[in-house]
Design a protein around this ligand. Structure first.
Ligand code: PBG
Length: 340
């Protein structure tokens, strides 16, 4: 064989990887700030409190929340998902704090909508921030009550919509809540308030840092389950995600979500293929914490791994990603001048 003779290859995929310009043309998936939603924590405090297990994230007082909302919006982030950190002393078994019209959550929603009206505010109807049991639903006789919880969530959803919330996001996994919330919103004239359903929310150990942030872990007490396995999904299942999807679409969900993201990319993909509404994925607190922990040890490059994770979630089929990296990623994408 003569030395200068090329191999008889007709296809050489490397031709399209030769320069940045060629790679740009060949790129199939794009990541931009417009895909990212920032989860934020608000608390009745005067100064921000750092969250140890989520480096860079804080519990914010309402004025700090408003500043953060402005910054995010200026970086091209279209929305925030807001979570309230409630003092332990105010948590009760009936989670009634969630219904106070002048409570922390309603005040925070109004403040953000007033300051940055075009920023989408997504609110949560699960009871866990207000529940002394740390559960998303009401607890009686060691059971999580489905239908009673839904009645409460209908009232919470209407309260949030009254305050200007753009989207209601039930994260509780009770059966039938999307339809019930839709009906309650419509009855009260909130026909334009959207529902972002946590459609396939798994009973995941990756929520640990979030539960630190809100001090909302299910409490270990006699007669009360210390985990959420009777309502959140079994990590081993994905057909079941399609069943939840069918129900949410029948009940009127405007967007559907899979959570967590990276361990469930196959579920995101299946939901994307079966769904005719936008699909969101929640890149959760533990996924954020583990990249930060490795980066702090000098074991991984934070920016590169975070952007790779986010583009992977997009490639699996997510239109929107809830991620604690939203603010940083928007900045990184702007600096690099292009999608990842
Ligand atoms: C509670 C809720 C959780 C998260 C969002 N809403 C925790 C849980 O279900 O226990 C987790 C988010 C994260 O880990 O980033 N309804």
């Amino acid at each position: 064989m003569s030395e200068s003779q090329p191999l008889p290859l007709i296809e050489r995929p490397r031709r399209l990887r030769r320069t940045a310009a060629l790679r740009g043309i060949a790129r199939e998936t794009h990541l931009s700030a417009a895909n990212l939603i920032a989860p934020l924590f608000v608390k009745d405090i005067d100064t921000p409190e750092p969250i140890a297990s989520m480096p860079g994230q804080q519990r914010l007082p309402i004025d700090g929340l408003v500043d953060e909302a402005r910054t995010l919006f200026s970086r091209g982030i279209p929305g925030i998902a807001l979570f309230p950190a409630i003092d332990d002393a105010k948590k009760t078994p009936d989670a009634s704090g969630a219904l106070a019209p002048d409570g922390l959550y309603p005040r925070a929603i109004r403040a953000v909508k007033e300051a940055v009206p075009a920023l989408l505010v997504i609110t949560d109807t699960a009871l866990d921030p207000y529940s002394s049991d740390g559960h998303d639903g009401l607890v009686a006789d060691g059971q999580i009550l489905n239908d009673e919880t839904i009645t409460l969530m209908q009232e919470i959803a209407v309260l949030h919509a009254d305050c200007g919330a753009d989207m209601i996001a039930p994260s509780d996994m009770m059966d039938g809540r999307v339809g019930a919330i839709r009906e309650a919103l419509d009855t009260m004239g909130h026909t334009d308030t959207a529902i972002l359903s946590y459609t396939a929310k798994y009973a995941s150990a990756y929520y640990g840092p979030f539960r630190d942030a809100l001090d909302s872990a299910p409490r270990k007490r006699t007669g009360i389950p210390a985990d959420k396995k009777t309502y959140q999904m079994d990590p081993a299942n994905s057909d079941e995600a399609l069943r939840e999807l069918r129900l949410d679409l029948e009940e009127g969900a405007d967007l559907v979500m899979v959570k967590p993201a990276l361990p469930y990319l196959d579920v995101i993909h299946r939901v994307r293929q079966a769904s005719d509404v936008p699909v969101a994925a929640y890149h959760v607190s533990g996924e954020y914490a583990m990249l930060h922990a490795a980066a702090q040890n000098g074991w991984l490059d934070l920016q590169a791994t975070a952007l790779e994770a986010l583009v992977g979630i997009r490639r699996a089929g997510a239109d929107a990603i809830l991620t604690y990296f939203a603010k940083d990623a928007a900045q990184w994408l702007r600096e690099s001048g292009a999608g990842a």
